[in-house]
Design a protein around this ligand. Structure first.
Ligand SMILES: NC(=O)c1ccc[n+]([C@@H]2O[C@H](COP(=O)([O-])OP(=O)(O)OC[C@H]3O[C@@H](n4cnc5c(N)ncnc54)[C@H](O)[C@@H]3O)[C@@H](O)[C@H]2O)c1
Ligand SMILES: O=C(O)C[C@H](O)C(=O)O
Ligand SMILES: [Mg+2]
Length: 607
């Protein structure tokens, strides 16, 4: 139902694969209703009365649908429903229980879930995403109650094309993991499903991709997590992880099957253990990107562009130590190299500004171990035979202006490390980016206290504001959630052939330019997360323009639009849970979903 003035208008359900039985032919006009994002159209019937019942009276509609008596008598406004949800949430004592409640709400009343999320994005994101999603994945096998997304196993190879036919919706974007490196928590096998589910909820909340156009996808290719393999509640295959070569074969089949079933589908790789050769293999063949490498690179570049202004030090004079040389560490460093080059340094000069540290210390040519391929680019030859295992000694050697953490080692930036950064810099740039919060290299209040309030700070997981020196300081959140929703939406709307480095770079530039005056005055690195939908429009526009410049767009009609027109178009294609106001439709969906045990009787009667 759509609330229109004081009348209720019947609309067809957009979400159920089993649609609500349509009302009889309406007395009034039928207008096409373009679905945001998806290209399909449905009819919205603008009648306030029909031959059989009075559409303006919710009780009449319930009688007509034979749902009368199956729900409490009052037809509540969305505000009242949201109030109840927030109260229920407050009653749940732990973040994990709040996560479970929100999962249930999403499954039973999808629009209400997204209205709640959109209206409380700062408060609820930490419950459906990092840090809580980390604990949810660790305990997925214990807390599982209902299916969300698809699981594809090693034994399914050869049949992937057939199996994905079982997915009941038209998919525009999928987030795909094999669970082998979930946040900084290691190999969690198919428990990693929480990540695609959480990221796709953010695609919907932040960039308005319709919930039914998203596919969370988890590969069940075995796990090297012995404890999980031996746990009777674990729901994946009890075998060790397949080899890299076998995984490649599997991905070859899957990428082709997904693109054949849903031409134009955007495929986001997430939380695969390094090394990750699939990006090079597929980036020029499919519409895909790796969020940990590219999304993280873009979001940190955006924050860095703003940090440079605050630090007062010209780009060419910055030097960075990266603790962590995995997908994310090297991805971010490479993205920053591109920026340094655009700022006038040669590639070699730029590369030499980066000192990358892995679990064996500073990555150097003469360290004596065989370096993984992806680390070679940053490997140093100027260490004069000395190896640096200790971060504090390396800080004294390099005198960095920037300290980045992508190491999965919680607390690695302890007091002495932060104080050293503070001694050599007026405004040290300290970004502990590992997730979830327990793996963050330091907390916000540590960074502030140990630098006497001078740190320029962003972390991967959210930290609360902190009062220091009579001022309330707010941390930046350098998390790829600022860019991946816009990259995905841009790829969908422009029908991008591929997602190029220029498109990723454009997402960073757009994000860094998206701050409003107040945010700039306050030296924020990122915009307020409560403005994420506005920000996603800006990122989407930036990425679409880059796709056009590079001839990657297949949707040429957007080329002629001015920026304002393009923004209007993007907004018009975004799913808006407030616009989907559909009180009685929500009710019927809840009944169909079996809430209250009504599924069978109700379906028999009405479908
Ligand atoms: N903020 C964000 O948006 C964002 C995005 C992606 C990844 N991350 C986080 O970054 C972390 C790393 O992700 P990844 O994909 O690069 O993982 P990865 O497993 O590929 O890399 C981890 C790296 O840390 C290094 N390392 C481990 N122990 C170390 C130690 N004691 N000292 C120094 N280095 C050590 C490893 O050698 C490896 O190079 C994770 O915690 C992840 O959650 C954050
Ligand atoms: O999932 C996140 O919060 C960010 C990132 O993709 C990660 O792997 O940590
Ligand atoms: Mg990730």
């Amino acid at each position: 139902m759509v609330a229109s003035g004081d009348s209720y208008i019947y609309t067809r359900s957009d979400y159920q694969s089993t649609p609500i039985k349509q009302a009889p032919a309406p007395a009034a006009s039928v207008v096409p209703d373009v679905h945001p994002v998806s290209n399909s159209t449905s009819t919205r019937q603008l009648s306030t009365t029909s031959g059989d019942y009075d559409n303006s009276n919710p009780h009449e509609v319930r009688k007509y649908l034979r749902t009368y008596g199956l729900t409490p008598p009052v037809v509540e406004s969305f505000e009242v429903q949201a109030q109840r949800c927030l109260r229920l949430l407050a009653m749940k004592p732990t973040p994990l229980e709040k996560f479970q409640y929100l999962t249930h709400l999403k499954a039973s009343n999808v629009h209400l879930f997204y209205r709640l999320l959109a209206g409380n994005v700062k408060e609820l994101t930490p419950l459906i995403y990092t840090p809580t999603v980390g604990e949810a994945c660790q305990r997925w096998h214990e807390i599982y109650t209902q299916p969300e997304g698809m699981y594809l196993s090693w034994d399914d190879r050869g049949n992937l094309h057939n199996i994905i036919q079982n997915w009941p919706h038209n998919v525009e974007i999928t987030v795909l993991t094999d669970g082998s490196r979930i946040l900084g928590l290691g190999d969690l096998g198919i428990n990693g499903m929480g990540i695609p589910v959480g990221k796709l909820a953010l695609y919907t909340a932040c960039a308005g991709i319709r919930p039914d156009a998203t596919l969370p996808l988890t590969l069940d290719l075995g796990t090297n997590n012995k404890a999980l393999r031996e746990d009777p509640l674990y729901m994946g295959s009890r075998r060790e992880k397949v080899t890299a070569e076998e995984e490649k074969e599997f991905l070859d089949e899957l990428m082709a099957a997904l693109t054949d079933k849903w031409p134009g589908i955007v495929i986001q790789f997430e939380d695969f253990k390094n090394p990750f050769p699939a990006l090079e293999r597929y980036r020029n063949k499919y519409t895909c990107f790796n969020d940990d490498i590219q999304g993280t690179g873009a979001v940190i570049l955006a924050g860095f562009m703003n940090a440079v202004k605050t630090s007062g030090i010209p780009v060419k004079d910055h030097r960075a130590i990266f603790l962590g040389a995995g997908s994310a560490g090297v991805g971010v460093a490479k993205q920053l190299v591109d920026f340094f080059v655009k700022e006038g340094l040669s590639e070699d000069e730029a590369r030499r500004r980066f000192y990358i540290v892995d679990s064996n210390g500073l990555v150097t040519n003469d360290r004596g171990d065989k370096l993984a391929e992806h680390k070679l680019y940053f490997s140093r030859d100027d260490n004069q035979g000395r190896q640096y295992q200790s971060l504090s000694r390396l800080i004294e050697f390099v005198k960095p202006t920037i300290l980045m953490g992508l190491s999965t080692i919680g607390g690695a930036f302890y007091r002495d490390i932060i104080e050293r950064m503070a001694r050599i810099n007026a405004r040290p740039i300290i970004f502990p980016l590992s997730n979830p919060s327990s793996k963050s290299e330091c907390t916000f209040d540590e960074a502030i206290r140990y630098t006497d309030g001078r740190a320029i700070f962003a972390s991967g997981s959210p930290f609360p504001s902190f009062e220091y020196g009579g001022k309330l300081l707010t941390p930046g959140q350098g998390n790829n959630m600022y860019v991946f929703p816009g990259i995905g939406l841009a790829a969908i709307l422009s029908r991008a052939k591929h997602i190029t480095s220029e498109m990723i770079y454009a997402s960073a530039e757009a994000l860094s330019n998206s701050l409003n005056e107040q945010e700039r005055r306050d030296d924020w690195l990122y915009p307020d997360i409560r403005r994420i939908r506005e920000v996603s429009v800006i990122v989407t526009r930036g990425v679409i323009r880059a796709a056009q410049r590079e001839n990657m767009d297949r949707e040429h009609s957007l080329r002629n639009l001015t920026d304002d027109q393009l923004d209007t178009y993007i907004k018009s294609r975004m799913y808006d849970p407030f616009r989907e106001a559909d009180l009685l439709g929500d009710e019927v969906r809840q009944l169909l979903n079996g809430v209250g045990g009504m599924t069978n009787g109700f379906q028999k009667h009405h479908l």
